[in-house]
Design a protein around this ligand. Structure first.
Ligand SMILES: Nc1ncnc2c1ncn2[C@@H]1O[C@H](COP(=O)(O)OP(=O)(O)OP(=O)(O)O)[C@@H](O)[C@H]1O
Ligand SMILES: [Mg+2]
Length: 508
């Protein structure tokens, strides 16, 4: 049988670094093929080459048996490929339909025919059961919906071979299930799907075939039914990784971070937080779970000082913070791992060491009494953190945007967790990191708690919250809809609360 896609002997170098080493990779028509491997293994690079975003140094690409040269993404799209990138590329100020038809606008008498675009987008959404309103502005959408828009965009360009780079990194388990149902529908209709994921259980549940990369080379391609999680992990990292539930503590520490009856409005001016009260004590991890779009984003923004509450009070160590701002919250002791590493987490155009310095510019020993940065010390710190957080980079002078997605995440986590902050706001701390690194980040969070920090943890990964948090709060429709015991709660129970079920009915 001919492959839908075949890559043969692909090698890609960035300077002295070899990101892809003689990779041969074949995907059959109508299958769902998962591509897995540690952060920096070369997955995104391989898919970028396939999609014409960069040329390989060596090797050939065949589409449906015919050798092709992928000069640009346009070539790839013309051959029936579509790609949803690791970091979404939608234009927030445009509507869904405008984004979908960007660069291929439907026109009438020289003007964009908005109605035709909207109708066509809706028809396509209906055909694949995506449930998207084409007239909404992208800035108003949750990430789960944004992702579907990205998929719709790919479909509108006639893709038969769809590549998704970590499509579920930002989705809740329920949204992931919906997505995979859609992808299975594609495969059943004869389309071919390639996806990258660090969530091995979903790889095992939904793929037909798995290819494992390690250090830029293929370890193997196997039918999913011959694999289990242990085997996959061993192939990926070359050793076994342990998953332990962490011991929990009963906390009697003093109240460090208090949110009192917080109300807030979203970007459209609609109420989004309703009477939220949360107390985080010293030495405690309070976890927040909820379906994306139920107020967690705004909650994090309020705590970070990025969004002013319309009512209520934030207190730190018993003192109310008046007119909070990111600077004020930092001064008051907050360290913050933001959900979107590229928007608020790092300056991608700068070196790792410059990013590590951020937030430390005012503090010795990193800056001299005269305000001059002590780069030698900063660079040494960066080198230490690269080791401690297992950041796969050539040196501390590597420009951050050239790192793989998971390694950019590790830079943010490293900078924040190497400070002695009394309060941590960690939002999706392990987004896009591989399971080995995830264990490392979890260890850091636990260590901070044990040193007495107050930690507010927000994650769409319920299992992550259950593994780490001492107390778990569920958010629904802008409120705290219940509290569950992380020792005994099941994902189903939590899912019920997340969908708006009430805790009292749960008890009954
Ligand atoms: N534009 C670039 N310039 C220099 N190095 C790069 C560039 N793009 C990728 N690399 C390097 O190539 C290697 C592979 O990166 P890639 O993004 O393919 O990894 P990945 O498997 O997708 O990882 P992740 O799971 O973290 O997303 C990394 O060491 C990365 O730093
Ligand atoms: Mg990647």
């Amino acid at each position: 049988m001919t492959f839908a896609i075949e890559m043969v002997g692909i090698t890609k170098r960035f300077g002295t670094l070899v990101a892809n080493k003689h990779i041969s990779f074949g995907v059959r028509p109508g299958e769902i093929h998962a591509l897995v491997g540690e952060n920096g293994a070369g997955k995104t690079t391989l898919m970028n080459i396939l999609f014409g975003m960069m040329p390989p140094d060596e090797g050939a690409i065949f589409v449906e048996g015919r050798e092709v040269v992928m000069e640009t993404p346009r070539t790839a799209i013309g051959l029936g490929l579509g790609m949803v990138h690791q970091h979404f590329k939608l234009v927030p100020s445009l509507t869904v339909a405008e984004n979908i038809f960007l660069g291929m606008e439907i026109t009438r008498g020289g003007l964009i025919d908005h109605k035709a675009q909207s109708d066509k987008a809706r028809a396509l959404s209906d055909e694949f059961g995506l449930g998207i309103d084409p007239d909404r502005r992208v800035s108003d959408l949750s990430v789960g919906i944004e992702q579907r828009v990205e998929i719709l965009k790919v479909l509108a360009r006639g893709a038969r071979i769809v590549i998704l780079d970590e499509p579920t990194a930002v989705l809740t388990p329920q949204e992931s299930r919906d997505l995979f149902r859609t992808l299975r529908g594609f495969a059943n209709a004869g389309m071919t799907v390639i996806f990258i994921s660090h969530h091995l259980h979903e790889v095992l549940a939904v793929s037909d075939t798995v290819t494992v990369l390690r250090d830029g080379a293929v370890v193997g391609t196997l039918p999913t039914k011959e694999l289990d999680e242990d085997r996959l992990v061993t192939m990926m990292v070359g050793r076994e990784v342990n998953f332990d539930r962490r011991p929990r503590k009963t906390i009697e520490g003093r109240k460090v971070l208090e949110l009192k009856e917080i109300c807030a409005r979203d970007n459209r001016g609609l109420p989004t937080l309703r009477d939220v009260s949360i107390t985080v004590r010293a030495g405690e991890i309070v976890g927040i779970v909820g379906v994306d779009g139920n107020g967690q984003t705004e909650l994090a923004e309020v705590v970070a000082g990025l969004r002013a509450p319309s009512y209520g009070e934030i207190a730190i160590n018993g003192t109310a913070v008046a007119e909070s701002s990111p600077g004020k919250m930092r001064e008051a002791g907050l360290a913050h791992v933001p959900a979107d590493r590229l928007v608020r987490g790092v300056d991608g155009s700068q070196q790792i060491s410059a990013n590590i310095l951020m937030g430390r510019q005012a503090t010795p020993p990193w800056v001299s009494a005269f305000g001059v940065v002590r780069w030698k010390q900063v660079r040494k710190l960066a080198r230490d953190l690269i080791r401690r957080f297992d950041i796969r980079a050539q040196s501390e002078q590597t420009i951050v945007k050239t790192l793989s997605g998971g390694n950019i995440q590790k830079v943010v986590v490293a900078r924040e967790f190497s400070q002695d902050a009394p309060i941590y706001l960690v939002d999706q701390p392990t987004r896009g990191v591989d399971i080995g690194a995830m264990e490392g980040i979890h260890d850091e969070i636990i260590a901070k708690r044990d040193e007495g920090a107050a930690i507010l943890l927000i994650s769409v990964q319920i299992d992550e919250v259950l593994a780490l948090a001492d107390r778990v709060l569920v958010m629904f429709a802008g409120r705290i809809s219940g509290e569950v015991d992380p020792e005994t709660a099941t994902e189903d129970e939590i899912g019920y609360l997340m969908a708006g079920g009430s805790a009292s009915r749960q008890a009954a």
